[in-house]
Design a protein around this ligand. Structure first.
Ligand code: ACO
Ligand SMILES: O=CC(=O)O
Ligand code: MG
Length: 541
């Protein structure tokens, strides 16, 4: 269904912007004339640069495919050597020792804000399958949350949810540059999804946020270069100027979760120095990006996913360099997500908490200023660890890691030791299959075998197999990984998944479609950039 007559006339006033999504309850509160006018000016100014930046990514990738390895850039050495700092960190972002993350569903938003942690990262990205309905509802939910007016009654239990005193500080994560928003057209073409997310959250909430001593805060994901950071700096400056705000009112945290970005962390901080407050180790996308970027390098093939832990040299170098770089510039260095989620069985849960403790201790000891949790049941564990390191001071900015020898490109790119097993390959297939099924059905974050799975973790599972096929790797039992072996295992694992989820869930779900997408992207000769791109076609058709 297209928009109503009233909305169509609004569209015409918006000039080149057209909404083609179905009507969503509550949309009149977020798709307002003012918000769409702002979105249109952002698109007028900035949308045309996005395809150019994406093409620059492809050009860099062609060089790496041809044998060149990523490295620190010669022409930005002055920025790395210069003595400069970011503009500053607002009071309510000084202490970010534990941040909970989660998609923007109404109940989750309330539970996350009430989780007793410092920050809630409201996610339009890795954990959200961006259907039009979820996006629009997500913006309505955040609007209510910012105003302290969010409430929810669960239809199945009648349980009522409302905000406690002292909710977490809200930070919205927008989509990556690669994802279009097909339901809003600019000159007839889908707009960049990130501009939609940014415009709506900013426009509807900046006044209320500033009035209560907070601000419009964003997480920016999946950057691959400082040129992309420069683009965001221009977007932020444009928004600040348009609404007569002091430069630097908008604050962002950039995820360093691609291999190219780790080589330009100083440059990203520099480009965004008015607006940036932190970098974050988005480890799952980073591992995915290591596979993707080094796809053509047979000496950099990763082992089973479970073996690629933060202790591995290439990931340890990444965490330590991020901390050193941030703290030198006065920015916070956020840690990442342990994918373990609480188990119902107390004995199993004790093991989960032990693993999470180990993971958080490593981050805190390295000098991170805070970390992420995927579930409220992990809040006390993560807080306990970071309280032990940070105490009553707000962060660990004083840890400069000056004792470290310079961290070299070779350490960031170090091959990762470990085994490739048949069990690991089959597990990758079952995870990718179930995750894709959830995603194309509109659910971007699901528990699978005791772990949180989202777009980033699932990417690792499916690209690992692609990489093993591409480089003709053998499993520990001697089997050569080929397209034929993968297809055979996919058929078998599809049947195993059917047994696990039950016939009813299997036949009402989209497992066959998911299997066919997984087959297509795993056996294609060219590595598909993001599973969410073909996934988005299925989600929105
Ligand atoms: C790589 C990255 O990008 S990481 C960042 C993106 N990923 C995320 O944000 C993960 C978010 N986490 C989640 O979505 C969920 O925790 C899942 C899917 C992993 C597990 O979900 P479930 O199995 O439903 O969790 P479970 O049944 O244990 O939930 C118990 C309660 O905790 C709540 N809860 C669970 N996770 C969260 C969360 N992240 N935020 C807020 N509340 C949460 C549930 O809503 C539920 O509330 P209720 O008791 O009032 O009904
Ligand atoms: O976004 C976080 C990640 O680990 O990926
Ligand atoms: Mg990510």
């Amino acid at each position: 269904m297209q928009q109503t007559a009233k909305q169509t006339s609004d569209e015409q006033q918006m000039g080149h912007l057209q909404i083609v999504g179905d009507f969503v309850e509550g949309q009149q509160r977020v798709l307002t004339e003012g918000a769409l006018g702002f979105l249109q000016s952002l698109c007028d100014e900035f949308a045309a640069e996005v395809p150019t930046m994406l093409e620059q990514r492809r050009m860099r990738q062609r060089q790496i495919d041809a044998g060149q390895l990523p490295d620190f850039l010669a022409d930005t050495a002055e920025i790395r050597q210069g003595d400069w700092k970011i503009r500053g960190i607002p009071a309510d972002l000084q202490d970010r020792r534990v941040e909970i993350t989660g998609p923007v569903d109404r109940k989750m938003v309330i539970n996350a804000l009430n989780a007793g942690v410092k920050v809630f990262m409201a996610d339009f990205e890795d954990s959200l399958a961006p259907s039009w309905t979820k996006l629009v509802e997500g913006h309505v939910n955040l609007q209510d949350a910012v105003r302290g007016e969010i409430a929810y009654t669960a239809p199945e239990s009648g349980k009522h949810y409302k905000l406690n005193d002292n909710p977490a500080v809200l930070v919205a994560r927008v989509r990556g540059l690669h994802l279009p928003e097909n339901h809003v057209l600019h000159h007839g073409k889908p707009i960049p999804g990130c501009l939609f997310d940014f415009a709506l959250y900013f426009y509807h909430n900046y006044r209320q946020l500033l009035a209560k001593g907070s601000g419009p805060y964003f997480y920016v994901p999946k950057l691959e270069s400082h040129i992309e950071a420069r683009w965001w700096a221009k977007v932020f400056a444009f928004a600040e100027e348009r609404f007569c705000l002091q430069p630097g009112t908008i604050k962002c945290t950039c995820l360093i979760e691609t291999l190219p970005a780790v080589f330009v962390m100083d440059e990203i901080l520099y480009e965004l120095r008015s607006n940036i407050v932190a970098l974050n180790c988005g480890r799952w996308d980073y591992i995915f990006s290591y596979i993707k970027t080094l796809r053509n390098h047979p000496d950099r093939v990763l082992p089973d996913r479970q073996q690629v832990t933060m202790e591995k040299p290439f990931l340890s170098a990444y965490s330590r360099l991020l901390i050193k770089t941030c703290h030198k510039r006065g920015a916070l260095a956020m840690g990442g997500m342990a994918a373990f989620i609480p188990a119902k069985d107390p004995e199993a849960n004790a093991k989960v908490l032990q693993k999470v403790t180990g993971d958080k201790e490593l981050e805190a000891r390295n000098g991170h200023d805070g970390t992420w949790i995927a579930h409220p049941g992990l809040a006390q564990t993560a807080l306990g660890v970071f309280d032990g390191f940070i105490g009553c001071g707000p962060n660990q900015l004083h840890i400069t890691r000056d004792v470290d020898a310079p961290i070299l490109a070779s350490e960031l790119l170090a091959p990762c030791e470990g085994e490739r097993t048949e069990e690991g390959m089959r597990l990758n297939i079952r995870i990718a299959l179930q995750y894709i099924e959830a995603w194309i059905s509109g659910n971007g974050c699901v528990p699978i075998y005791g772990l949180m799975e989202d777009a980033a973790t699932a990417e690792i599972s499916r690209t690992s197999i692609w990489q093993w096929i591409r480089h003709e790797k053998s499993l520990t039992n001697g089997k050569l990984v080929t397209k034929a072996l993968f297809r055979q295992m996919l058929t078998e694992e599809l049947s195993n998944v059917k047994d696990e989820v039950g016939t009813e869930r299997f036949s009402s779900g989209q497992f066959i479609r998911a299997a066919s997408l997984l087959e297509e992207i795993t056996t294609s000769d060219e590595l598909v950039d993001f599973l969410t791109l073909p996934g988005y076609r299925l989600l929105t058709e």
